[in-house]
Design a protein around this ligand. Structure first.
Ligand code: HEC
Length: 128
């Protein structure tokens, strides 16, 4: 039997109708996208700056700007930090969306240059 192009079209439409909701659902389960402005507010509100610095480059805690954690790792970490120095932020206090916002905000900062790449510092060090 030879399929007419109309039959093929009908099959394509049915397959799309079945698969689209599946695709939409799996998207819904993905980690939420972060909002930088909200992340900035939360970074101040939850006091992250107190231990990690206003630009995530300083402080007594880890230098967040150089974190190797991805968004999911970041969320997991703040839920269950490995040390006492870092407070626990449960999903009741910081929901996944807020964690995503915080991560997005932290990612807006640039790593500071290495000491060897700062001309004035080199000049001072090389003065005799
Ligand atoms: C009371 C001080 C303090 C506050 C407040 C604080 N942290 Fe921390 N945080 C730490 C310390 C100390 C570490 C390092 C722990 C270690 O490496 O063992 C750390 C580590 C981290 C790490 C792990 C970084 C890495 O790459 O391993 C993340 C992520 C983090 N903090 C996020 C946050 C966020 C987000 C907030 C605000 C919601 C916050 N912290 C508030 C002290 C703090």
């Amino acid at each position: 039997m030879k399929l007419s192009k109309w039959t093929l079209l009908l099959v394509a439409v049915v397959v799309t109708a079945v698969l689209l909701p599946v695709a939409a659902k799996s998207q819904g389960n993905a980690a939420p996208a972060g909002n930088v402005n909200s992340g900035k507010e939360l970074y101040l509100k939850y006091g992250c700056y107190a231990c990690h610095g206003y630009t995530a480059q300083t402080g007594n805690g880890a230098h967040l700007v150089s974190t190797k954690l991805n968004q999911q790792g970041f969320t997991n970490y703040i839920r269950n930090p490995r040390t006492n120095g870092m407070p626990t932020y449960t999903s009741k206090v910081v929901p996944d969306q807020q964690a995503a916002d915080l991560f997005a905000y932290i990612k807006t900062f640039k790593e500071p240059p290495a000491a060897k790449d700062i001309p004035l510092l080199n000049q001072i060090l090389n003065e005799k």
